[in-house]
Design a protein around this ligand. Structure first.
Ligand code: SF4
Length: 435
């Protein structure tokens, strides 16, 4: 009998980009002879793809390290991702951590693990100057049968004052259209029905290759045999009318946009160094809604940014209240080292940050309920996913969560459903035809 395969567990913190990178590494680990296990189980090696967007994400990493060591006191712990790039010394100095790999080196994780001989008394830190990273590593998630996240772009050339991402992920870069389309074609040959295009600043795709995001989506549309494509999130200044119109004319691109606003006050947007004004954002929403009043629009917003007064916050609140948007992702500002915003005064008291966050979350619930209720009586294509309890849920093209029942096995198929009733977190629907 040969030696049993070493068990490796991957865990992702943070965004879909991290998720797609972890998925690629975990697929590759099989080729290196590892057995993949869940990070809550016993493993010889635990790999955590870290995030540094909030203080909470940092704490979460430390919690995961402790949990792994409780399961296997001899486990080898490797940390990759944004936190690993930003704070390599802090992380390697944690007793139980054996390996810290920065943004470029993380893609070499499996080679480094091979070389390290997986002994838990070693300490390895490999971390390049972030300004020197120019390579792009395409990745995609492939664990989920219905949906894959395809990373098409990495890094960011912007300098929003609250954000650590450019320091953690480096300059904007992407593969060529040709390479990206080929990867999308590869995904389309699996059982996946929907590709979600992800990146740090996706609208910046191709800037250094003389290519553009619009050209990319046109090529994906014409060359890739897939039912659905979504754009994960795109900066308002880069979401051109051409992109919007193209998505509505395409059968593959879904009528769903996620656009970061961050603040509804021009004063705060300027202080944040965002590259648009509230008026421009509003005009994007109008363009989308004039083309399809049922299109879904999600919005990111930050509350409690330093110097944000009660009036500034209310300006954001009123602005969003008056826009036809479908849901909000509300982020409470947290101080991040080495950002410009950390020096801005006055800081908003924590209690006030949490009050503002609560108000916007309530507004988000109202917006979502309005958007959902507007769909009652409509017929829309639904990509059916399987809930663990055997109840069928899925998302419509315009991102409404719908529950249906069926005697047949229809997971991972597209069905035409009639939307019947509002049930809070989801809508109730019935199948009227196979899509
Ligand atoms: S656009 Fe701004 S918020 Fe987004 S990653 Fe770049 S710097 Fe950060």
């Amino acid at each position: 009998m040969g030696t049993p395969a070493k068990k490796i567990a991957f865990h992702t913190l943070g965004c879909k980009l991290n998720f797609s990178e972890t998925s690629s590494l975990s697929r590759d680990s099989l080729k290196y002879g590892y057995e993949n296990v869940n990070s809550k189980e016993y493993a010889d090696i635990y790999v955590f793809n870290t995030c540094s967007v909030t203080e909470n994400a940092n704490k979460e990493t430390k919690k995961l390290i402790r949990r792994s060591k409780r399961i296997n006191p001899k486990a080898f712990i490797a940390l990759i991702g944004c936190y690993a790039q930003l704070k390599p010394e802090e992380l390697i100095n944690i007793d139980d951590v054996n390996m810290v790999l920065g943004t470029a080196e993380k893609f070499e994780l499996l080679n480094h693990l091979d070389k390290a001989k997986i002994s838990n008394d070693i300490k390895v830190v490999l971390n390049n100057d972030i300004n020197e990273i120019s390579s792009f590593n395409p990745s995609y998630s492939g664990d989920d049968r219905t949906r894959a996240f395809l990373k098409v772009q990495d890094g960011c050339d912007y300098s929003c004052t609250f954000c650590t991402i450019p320091r953690a992920r480096g300059k904007s870069r992407s593969a060529s259209i040709n390479q990206t389309v080929n990867l999308a074609k590869k995904i389309s040959k699996s059982k996946t029905k929907e590709i979600v295009l992800t990146g740090v600043n996706i609208g910046d795709f191709g800037v250094y290759n003389n290519e553009s995001f619009l050209e990319l989506i046109k090529e994906i549309d014409s060359q890739v045999d897939i039912d659905r494509v979504r754009i994960s999130s795109i900066e308002p200044n880069l979401l051109s009318n051409e992109i919007i119109e193209f998505c509505f004319n395409s059968e593959k691109f879904m009528p769903h946009f996620h656009i970061p606003l961050q603040s509804g006050s021009n004063k705060i947007l300027k202080s944040m160094r965002r590259r648009y004004k509230v008026e421009e954002f509003k005009s994007r929403i109008n363009t989308i809604k004039n083309l399809d009043s049922h299109a879904c629009i999600g919005v990111d917003v930050i509350v409690g940014y330093p110097s944000e007064t009660e009036e500034d916050f209310m300006e954001t609140y009123e602005f969003l209240k008056n826009q036809d948007v479908s849901y909000l992702h509300v982020f409470t500002y947290s101080e991040r080292e080495n950002t410009k915003a950390i020096d801005l005064k006055p800081a908003v008291p924590f209690k006030e940050r949490s009050n503002r966050s609560k108000l916007l979350r309530e507004l988000s619930d109202q917006k979502k309920a309005q958007f959902y209720k507007k769909s009652i009586g409509a017929s829309r294509p639904l990509l059916v996913e399987n809930n663990k309890n055997g109840i069928l849920f899925g998302y419509t093209d315009n991102y409404i969560k719908v529950k249906i029942s069926s005697e047949s096995s229809i997971e991972n198929t597209i069905q035409m459903v009639k939307i019947l009733d509002f049930r809070g977190e989801y809508m109730l629907g019935e199948i009227i035809a196979s899509g």
